[in-house]
Write a protein that binds this ligand. Structure first.
Ligand SMILES: Cc1ncc(COP(=O)(O)O)c(C=O)c1O
Length: 410
């Protein structure tokens, strides 16, 4: 069992000055079970140390933000050099143009790019660009899909008024009949269809697009004049170097990236096709530190490393080693653990575990041995996960599954 004295003490202090101590999806009250540490001290590669000095092998990668490994030497060196020049100025540094050029070169349909700090900034902005270009009000999204913290899409209820969702329609992922029905009933009113590359909800297994799903989506959008917005915030960088639409072979009108873009430095990007250049200029966009040259340096270096090291194949292969290994030991132990979704960002699921008790028990037992497997969110692989760390995690999982089988029998 891991020591958690400092972690608990700091959390007690936090409760006095921060509502709930820690908020959002890592809040111990609503999201992350208590056997995980509340606070981290440092991280390197695929490991981090919590405030009690416990070392963890991490399979969350800062919830996806870390693609090359924590504290990557080449990225940190590039950032240090830029830091000598400065970080936030009145005007952007030329790095912004370098970064836009890199994205436009790498993402096949992209004609332009803009930048902000978080995914939410730009998923919300992108649907406004779609509204501006179509002159229509409605937005369609998949039920249970997360697109950020703004009131049109956040998973909470607080502080919301009915108007916030009055222009948002939903359909079940892969239910093309329901989607077609929704679109035809709201003909000439739908501005945007916003979707993730595949369905990756929390608390449920991931669902890949059914055969022909994306092709039908493209044809519906073309037929009804709807802008297709790809929310690639979570998957970007882990499925295809040219954007996740290439992995599934379709073309959106706009795409939003964040998480892995800056390897932990806060930056998001939205790219769009040429027809949206003019409407994009009509939707106001700025922010306190929007032109942060350090984050742009990190993103440029991160994109350079991704191309040089064939990052996507690397994380998919590492993920396959992990997923195959976990499914193998699960089968050997008579358990039903199944890894869903792409291997570079798999979601673990025990068959029939609707109460979620089994996945919680599994992740707790692994956490006791220093393996950070999240029970309710997809995991993330980085290029820093080596054979040793993956095999160590599989060995710990094997013991956890053995214990679960013993508990089932008793
Ligand atoms: C698919 C998706 N879209 C949008 C967002 C929002 O991004 P951010 O948290 O950077 O605002 C997230 C964040 O997890 C996400 O996973």
């Amino acid at each position: 069992m891991k020591e958690r004295i400092q972690s608990d003490q700091i959390f007690q202090r936090a409760l006095k000055v921060i509502p709930g101590g820690i908020y959002g999806h890592v809040s111990p009250v609503t999201g992350l079970p208590r056997h995980f540490p509340h606070f981290c001290e440092r991280a390197k590669g695929c490991r981090f140390e919590d405030v009690d000095g416990n070392e963890w092998i991490d399979f969350m990668c800062g919830f996806g933000a870390i693609l090359h490994g924590y504290n990557h030497p080449e990225i940190e060196e590039a950032v240090s050099l830029q830091r000598e020049k400065g970080m936030v100025f009145n005007q952007p540094s030329p790095l912004m143009v370098d970064l836009a050029e890199t994205l436009v070169e790498r993402i096949d349909f992209a004609d332009w790019a803009v930048f902000a700090k978080n995914g939410s900034d730009l998923t919300t902005w992108a649907i406004r660009v779609a509204r501006e270009s179509t002159g229509r009000p409605l937005v369609i999204k998949a039920k249970g899909a997360y697109h950020g913290v703004d009131s049109w899409c956040d998973p909470g209820h607080g502080g919301r008024i009915p108007d916030d969702r009055a222009s948002i329609l939903e359909f079940d992922w892969n239910d093309l009949e329901a989607l077609t029905d929704l679109i035809s009933k709201n003909k000439d009113k739908v501005a945007a269809l916003i979707l993730t590359p595949y369905h990756h909800p929390a608390f449920a297994p991931s669902e890949l697009p059914a055969d022909g799903f994306w092709q039908e989506i493209e044809s519906l959008c073309a037929r009804y004049g709807i802008q297709l917005v790809l929310d690639d915030v979570r998957c970007g960088g882990r499925l295809h170097a040219g954007g996740s639409h290439r992995h599934f072979d379709f073309t959106p009108d706009l795409a939003v990236y964040s998480k892995a873009l800056g390897n932990g430095y806060a930056i998001s990007a939205c790219v769009g096709n040429g027809s949206l250049r003019k409407p994009s200029m009509e939707v106001f966009l700025t922010g306190s530190c929007w032109n942060d040259a350090l984050a742009m340096t990190a993103a440029l270096k991160s994109l350079e490393l991704s191309a040089r090291d064939d990052m996507v194949s690397g994380v998919l292969e590492k993920g396959s080693r992990l997923c195959d290994g976990l499914e193998r030991v699960s089968k050997d132990r008579g358990q039903s653990l199944r890894m869903t979704g792409p291997t570079s960002m798999p979601y673990p699921w025990f068959d029939g575990d609707d109460s979620l008790f089994e996945i919680q028990r599994f992740c707790q037992l692994c956490a006791d041995e220093g393996i950070y497997f999240h029970p309710h969110h997809n995991w993330f692989l980085s290029n820093a996960h080596d054979t040793e760390s993956i095999d160590q995690a599989i060995a710990v999982a094997d013991k956890a599954l053995e214990q679960m089988s013993a508990e089932d029998e008793s």
